[in-house]
Design a protein around this ligand. Structure first.
Ligand SMILES: *[C@@H]1O[C@H](CO)[C@@H](O)[C@H](O)[C@H]1NC(C)=O
Ligand SMILES: *[C@@H]1O[C@H](CO)[C@@H](O)[C@H](O)[C@H]1NC(C)=O
Ligand SMILES: *[C@@H]1O[C@H](CO)[C@@H](O)[C@H](O)[C@H]1NC(C)=O
Length: 200
């Protein structure tokens, strides 16, 4: 009797354990996220490439996953690099970030998005492009330097906006970044750079 119980116990723990994907590098991959066929849920596919966990957009661009909050069903991806010598995000050729609307991920409402090198016609939309916009602080640091002096804007990615896209294009705005849960008076060194996605 005892061996049977032990056997069943092992079987049950192994089956449930195999549904959670193994760590990728140092990061845990909580259910339902899936890095390979033997674990997770197929609708929540992410990628473990050489020990780096990545999220793939609908256009096939890979964004590094910086953190995962299993309880909140949220993960934060890295904004794409902005080329040092030009104010172009590396996903500019793909129109920025675009999520597949058939998948259970969207962009959360806690992202303050900043757009750079915008053309004047963008001013008509509900963005804050004033000289006091947060985006002006980014121009003086690292990657932002390539965007110095360009027209820039910020906005909160709230529920009134398309939650599957952050759009950039030539002749519109050519670079962007995002800060998660930005508080109004936070100095730039406290900004939590990233794009928060939620799954459902
Ligand atoms: C733009 O954002 C800044 C920084 O939060 C704020 O001080 C300013 O009032 C905003 N301007 C407009 C037009 O909303
Ligand atoms: C994302 O999807 C969830 C679940 O469908 C929904 O409740 C939420 O409002 C969506 N987020 C945005 C920003 O539209
Ligand atoms: C800004 O974008 C335009 C195209 O819209 C491009 O010609 C120009 O080089 C960009 N400026 C910078 C600083 O990259």
């Amino acid at each position: 009797m005892v061996p049977v119980v032990v056997f069943l116990f092992i079987l049950v723990t192994q089956v449930s354990a195999s549904r959670v994907c193994p760590k990728c590098g140092k990061m845990k991959v909580p259910y339902p996220l899936r890095t390979d066929e033997n674990c997770g849920d197929p609708r929540y596919k992410i990628y473990c490439n050489n020990g780096v966990l990545e999220f793939m957009s609908a256009s096939g661009f890979y964004y590094k996953i910086l953190s995962i909050n299993r309880r909140a069903n949220k993960l934060v991806i890295s904004p794409p690099l902005i080329k040092e010598n030009a104010c172009y995000s590396s996903d500019l050729g793909l129109g920025g970030l675009r999520l597949d609307e058939n998948l259970p991920f969207n962009i959360s409402t806690r992202n303050t998005v900043m757009l750079f090198n915008c053309s004047n016609n963008i001013l008509l939309s509900p963005l804050n492009c004033s000289s006091s916009s947060f985006c002006r602080q980014f121009e003086d640091v690292g990657e932002g330097y390539g965007c110095k002096g360009t027209l820039c804007c910020h906005f909160l990615k709230d529920a009134s906006m398309n939650s599957y896209r952050i759009r950039i294009r030539l002749g519109g705005c050519t670079a962007y970044t995002s800060v998660v849960d930005k508080q109004p008076n936070d100095p730039i060194k406290l900004w939590n750079f990233g794009i928060e996605l939620q799954w459902f």
